[in-house]
Design a protein around this ligand. Sequence first.
Ligand code: GDP
Ligand code: MG
Length: 171
Amino acid sequence: MTTISKKVCLLGDFAVGKTSLIRRFVYNRFEDQYLSTIGVKVSRKTVFVPRSEEMVELIIMLWDLAGGQEFDNVRTSYLRGVSGGVLVCDLCRASTLDSLPKYTNELAHINAKLPLVIAANKADLLDQHQVGIDQVEKVASMLNAPYYLTSAKQGEGVETLFRQLGKLLIG
Ligand code: GDP
Ligand code: MG
C-alpha cells in the first residue's frame, strides 16, 4: 500500500468554524465555547482513499491558524508546501462568503492548480442563515471548487468534505 502525506490549510474569516471542522473531523468532538486559535496548530488524520486498483493511505496534515490580522504576518510560512485548501464560510454571515475569492488568490500565488473544497458551515443554524445555497453555488463555480454544506456541531457534511479533498489530493 502506498502512503502519502499532504499538507492542507483551512482558510476563512474569523469564527467561521475552521477549528471546529478540524476538531469534528479528527476527534469527532464539538465545543460551543469560542477559543480563538493562537498561532498555528497542526492535526493529523489518516484516511484511506481508493486510487485505480489500490488503496492509498493518505495522511492529511491539517494546518489551523488564527484569523484576523495575525494571519498576514505568518501567511507565507503557513502556506508553504501546501497541497490543498479548505475554504470555510459561515452561512450566517454573508461577508464570509465574499471573502473566499481573496483566500483563493492567496493560494493561487503558491499553486494555481491547488485542489480546493468549500465548506459552507453552520448548516445547523437554519433560522440564522443569511446566505442562500444559490449564492454559495455561484462562488463555488467561480472558484472552480466543489462545495459542501457542513455543520461542525452536528457533523453533517464534514466527513464528505474531507474525503472529497482527499480524492482530489490523490488525483
Ligand atoms: P474559527 O475562528 O474559524 O476557527 O472558528 P471556530 O471553530 O473557533 O468557531 C467559532 C464559533 O462558531 C465557536 O463558538 C463554535 O462553537 C461555533 N461553530 C463552529 N462551527 C459551527 C457549526 O457548524 N454550527 C454551530 N452552531 N456553531 C459552530
Ligand atoms: Mg480557529
